[in-house]
Design a protein around this ligand. Structure first.
Ligand SMILES: [Zn+2]
Length: 428
């Protein structure tokens, strides 16, 4: 008897229902690891052994080699080490000649800081369930999606189905600052015919995202310049001149013609001052003020040109102040050197995702345009691998009381399973 494709899907969807308590427990478990920058190892070790022992995947755990990846397009410069901060890849190799398309399912396990923790009503690492929600740092962005992709594969495997092409489950680091984890996995040879990243933008297909750079501005006040000791110069007050200039820059870049993919977005390009450090005593004049900002730009713009433009803009503003004209601010760049992405709606991966979404939800798939960056840029721009995002929904991403909607995690698990069966093919 030939088993119908729909029967196989039915079997897998039932398996997802059967495994749901395990999936929730898995999400609670990975949500309990405070996997901020530099603290990813414990969670990666847990996931690597889960891949090996629970799922019998061929598992690789490796540390990004900065010497190698720093030569690659898309690399973002870092000021820290990768020692003890692995990327994990679990491969489910197809058993025989390839009859479908191979697939990368990738999730980042790095999360942003939960500070200030005093604003939270829940323990950021407590994975507290209240009704349909689970609260905790990183549960929306993006441990929920990571759990969904892992359990989609687990359900297919446990339903006894053999796929027609390889599936690679990857948990990467540094999506929130560089994307170098994703880049390192590609450079190590982990490529495929397509990639899905369950970022929590909801059950939509990501078709465009902005580019992002980070800038650091160091403003020197009087203290470091004793030759001008006759006049006190407050570095915080001088920094404000440049922070205001960045505000003007934001207005300027949003007044320029929009990239077509962003035509319906009201304010596509954000400039955010996210860090500031200066002074240590109310009665002292601070000698130095350092602030850092994140700047968005369009897919057809070169990150290096944006860096040059931002630097020139700030130095121009500095010229108008007597002190800053003489004691120029130091403007440097680190972290995100991320190009924007704009994808063609005709890509095969979108068709496959449309079908999977329709099969599991009965609804038409909508496209999504993002004003932030994701790791899809590496696959699409530098490795010729069509890649998009589709994921669960939640709230307070990067804020206090971040949460994910659990039914949406189950729905995404099902869509991923339907997608995998269709994309990779089924070996009878
Ligand atoms: Zn994310």
């Amino acid at each position: 008897m030939i088993t119908q494709k729909s029967d196989i899907l039915e079997k897998v969807l039932n398996k997802i229902e059967e495994l749901w308590d395990d999936e929730v427990a898995f999400l609670q478990k990975i949500g309990s690891y405070p996997s901020t920058l530099g603290n990813e190892a414990a969670l990666q070790n847990f996931i690597a052994s889960y891949f090996t022992e629970e799922m019998q995947l061929q598992t690789d755990k490796f540390v990004p080699d900065v010497k190698r990846i720093s030569r690659l397009p898309g690399y973002s410069p870092v000021e820290w080490s990768y020692a003890g901060r692995p990327v994990v890849v679990g491969q489910w190799k197809t058993n025989g000649p390839k009859i479908g398309k191979s697939l990368i399912l990738q999730g980042h396990i790095d999360v942003v800081s939960p500070e200030p923790v005093s604003l939270w009503n829940y323990n950021p690492w407590g994975s507290t369930i209240v009704g349909d929600r689970m609260y905790g740092r990183g549960l929306q962005d993006m441990k929920s999606g990571t759990s969904a992709m892992i359990f989609a594969v687990k359900a297919i495997k446990e339903a006894g189905i053999e796929l027609g092409a390889d599936v690679l489950l990857q948990t990467v680091i540094e999506e929130e600052c560089t994307g170098n984890g994703a880049l390192a996995a590609l450079d190590r040879g982990y490529v495929a015919d397509g990639a899905l990243i369950p970022e929590p933008f909801g059950p939509t297909a990501l078709k465009a995202q902005v580019g992002v750079i980070w800038v650091r501005v160091r403003v020197t006040g009087l203290g470091a310049h004793v030759e001008r000791a006759d006049r006190a110069v407050n570095a915080i007050e001088k920094a404000y001149i440049l922070i205001n200039a960045l505000g003007e820059y934001r207005k300027y870049i949003n007044s320029r013609p929009k990239h077509p993919a962003f035509k319906d977005i009201n304010h596509p390009l954000n400039v955010n001052v996210g860090k500031i450090h200066a002074g240590d005593w109310p009665s002292n004049v601070p000698a130095e003020c350092v602030f850092e900002a994140r700047i968005g730009f369009y897919p057809d713009q070169d990150p290096q040109q944006i860096k040059d433009e931002v630097k020139a803009w700030l130095l121009e503003a500095a010229k108008e102040d007597e002190w800053l004209h003489e004691v120029e601010p130091e403007i440097t760049f680190y972290g995100f050197h991320a190009e924007g992405v704009s994808l063609d709606e005709d890509m095969e991966i979108f068709d496959a995702l449309k079908n999977a979404h329709k099969t599991t939800t009965g609804e038409e798939l909508q496209y999504f345009v993002s004003t932030c960056t994701t790791d899809i840029r590496f696959y699409n721009l530098y490795y010729g691998i069509p890649a998009t995002c589709y994921g669960p929904v939640g709230g307070s991403m990067h804020g206090a009381d971040e949460w994910v909607n659990l039914p949406s995690v189950k729905a995404v698990t099902k869509t991923y399973a339907a997608f995998i069966l269709d994309w990779c093919g089924i070996r009878n």
